[in-house]
Design a protein around this ligand. Structure first.
Ligand SMILES: *[C@@H]1O[C@H](CO)[C@@H](O)[C@H](O)[C@H]1NC(C)=O
Ligand SMILES: *[C@@H]1O[C@H](CO)[C@@H](O)[C@H](O)[C@H]1NC(C)=O
Ligand SMILES: *[C@@H]1O[C@H](CO)[C@@H](O)[C@H](O)[C@H]1NC(C)=O
Ligand SMILES: *[C@@H]1O[C@H](CO)[C@@H](O)[C@H](O)[C@H]1NC(C)=O
Ligand SMILES: *[C@@H]1O[C@H](CO)[C@@H](O)[C@H](O)[C@H]1NC(C)=O
Ligand SMILES: *[C@@H]1O[C@H](CO)[C@@H](O)[C@H](O)[C@H]1NC(C)=O
Ligand SMILES: *[C@@H]1O[C@H](CO)[C@@H](O)[C@H](O)[C@H]1NC(C)=O
Ligand SMILES: [Fe+2]
Length: 461
């Protein structure tokens, strides 16, 4: 706590003195050292014991409203069973659901047997146990289903991006798990394993990543966004099918929102409506993603789901000297819609640092007016870059100076965030840096819902 207050104090003092142009650049300077991947024989990568034991167990929402869950796992020795047994906490009656199994090869790598099973007709707000690996070695896990969708349902999301599998990634995940603001579902903004940084995109690093994050994602759903490290496009070694490892390993409920591809889709969860967009799929006019989003935004009923959250990978507002303009063409296509439909917040990754924007828009431009400065706009979302999971590529610490006016807070540290919805009008957001104690927030903001409570927020930290 002491560290946080001290930082806040220093930042506020600095703000008035030095950074007259924008918000605050944190005075916290992280030790600059390269993030190193954990070696394959690390404790976090150990495969479970037993013949054909299910590994890399992970779950995600399976339908549009949270009454289904996709359970996925990998068996290495043989296909084994596709069946999941599951039962609610208050009932001894075991139910079962049958899934499917798939494999893929990538250059000279052949995957294990990847199982996906959609468990349906679940009751809301209920603890379920589930068991996978029927036949030889079984493993049992549990999850909570979300409450029924409704406007005042409190719910807490975690935010993690660009995680990878370095020692820093492990610290980020540990801090998320230990955060007293218990996240119930992770909104993951893309770039999962960084296997593509290895020679021939060594897909064993997809497997090790699956084992690493199992300790969280087997117990609570992670909502997936595709980043550039999911592309695995490598024609030089004959791999020309983009997203091959990602789409075989991670299923998402895209059909439930009438999407035609697993890279853009939506779900409702508690009082939130979450739209996942694809920075690396076509989004120009007439493309499937464009037509889908055009139809999707008017469907959001803020009386049912007050909180409208968008996830995408390449940020639209970014004041670091990395990935310049990479999110720009998508911003040009969609930003006016986000303002029109009053999106509450947009979470992105890609830039390996943290940044939170003011509510700004930049939609007035045309070639005649030449108006091309972002302006304060109370109908606009807050843009948050949370690409600070801690992957092996290290931190982005080179910032544009002076800090632009749209940038409210920025800091080059690894961390994670939580978005804690209280009711239809209020949500408490907090970003945590890995160097602090688990309960310490380094940047916070009370979000006022853009539909129910469109008042100016105080954005000072
Ligand atoms: C795949 O190829 C790489 C380099 O060409 C080699 O080091 C590795 O052992 C091969 N793996 C398999 C499973 O053959
Ligand atoms: C990863 O973090 C967990 C939980 O803090 C710890 O038990 C484990 O030893 C760590 N592993 C590595 C390789 O850092
Ligand atoms: C899972 O089942 C639900 C309920 O039948 C269905 O709406 C949804 O589309 C299914 N999801 C997947 C990924 O098959
Ligand atoms: C929006 O949701 C509310 C609450 O569920 C419902 O009463 C209303 O009919 C919905 N509006 C539309 C246009 O579907
Ligand atoms: C709210 O903020 C806008 C710009 O961000 C400003 O023009 C307006 O005066 C503010 N309103 C109040 C009530 O503070
Ligand atoms: C930071 O980025 C700017 C713009 O790309 C570049 O000119 C400068 O050399 C960089 N500074 C460092 C320390 O890398
Ligand atoms: C919504 O939550 C905020 C923050 O906890 C609280 O101040 C406010 O009174 C709540 N509104 C209602 C209607 O309960
Ligand atoms: Fe990225």
């Amino acid at each position: 706590m002491g560290v946080a207050w001290c930082t806040v104090f220093v930042v506020l003092v600095l703000k008035s003195v030095v950074f007259v142009d924008g918000g605050s650049t944190s005075s916290f300077v992280r030790k600059d050292e390269k993030a190193i991947d954990m070696p394959l024989d690390s404790d976090v990568f150990v495969a479970p014991a037993g013949y054909n034991a299910p590994q890399q167990v992970h779950i995600t929402q399976g339908d549009h409203v949270g009454k289904a869950m996709i359970v996925s796992w990998v068996t290495m020795d043989e296909p084994g069973s596709n069946t999941v047994y599951y039962w609610s906490q208050n009932s001894k009656k075991k139910m079962k659901a049958k899934g499917m199994v798939t494999t893929y090869s990538f250059y000279n790598y052949t995957s294990g047997f990847i199982h996906h099973c959609n468990i349906t007709h679940l009751k809301h707000d209920t603890k379920y146990y589930y068991m996978v690996g029927i036949g030889h070695t079984t493993r049992t896990f549990w999850f909570m289903t979300p409450p029924e969708v409704g406007p005042d349902v409190p719910y807490t999301f975690g935010l993690i991006g660009d995680l990878g599998q370095s020692y820093d990634s492990n610290i980020t995940l540990t801090h998320y798990e230990m955060n007293p603001t218990k996240g119930k579902t992770v909104l993951f903004v893309g770039d999962l394993s960084y296997a593509d940084n290895y020679p021939n995109h060594d897909n064993n690093r997809w497997d090790s990543w699956g084992r690493f994050v199992e300790r969280s994602v087997a117990y609570q759903p992670w909502i997936w966004t595709a980043g550039n490290h999911e592309l695995d496009y490598a024609p030089e070694i004959g791999e020309e099918e983009p997203f091959k490892p990602f789409t075989h390993r991670y299923h998402v409920p895209y059909k439930s929102s009438q999407s035609t591809a697993p890279f853009w889709y939506s779900i409702k969860r508690a009082s939130a409506y979450i739209i996942v967009l694809a920075s690396y799929s076509a989004y120009g006019k007439y493309t499937p993603q464009y037509k889908w989003l055009e139809k999707e935004l008017p469907k959001v009923n803020r009386t049912e789901t007050p909180w409208l959250i968008v996830l995408l990978h390449a940020p639209w507002y970014n004041s670091y000297n990395y990935h310049y303009m990479e999110g720009e063409s998508m911003r040009v296509m969609y930003e006016a819609w986000f303002v029109k439909y009053k999106v509450d917040v947009v979470f992105a990754g890609h830039v390996h640092a943290y940044e939170r924007s003011e509510r700004v828009s930049n939609i007035a431009y045309n070639i005649v007016t030449g108006i091309c400065q972002p302006v304060k706009d109370q109908s606009a979302p807050v843009y948050i870059t949370i690409g600070d999971g801690g992957n092996l590529e290290g931190l982005a610490n080179n910032m544009t100076e002076p800090q632009p006016e749209y940038s409210a807070y920025r800091e080059a540290s690894f961390g994670h965030a939580t978005f804690d919805i209280k009711n239809r009008t209020h949500a408490y957001y907090g970003w945590h840096r890995n160097q602090d104690g688990y309960a310490v927030t380094a940047d916070t903001m009370w979000f006022y819902n853009r539909f129910w409570n469109p008042e100016n927020e105080s954005t000072s930290t």
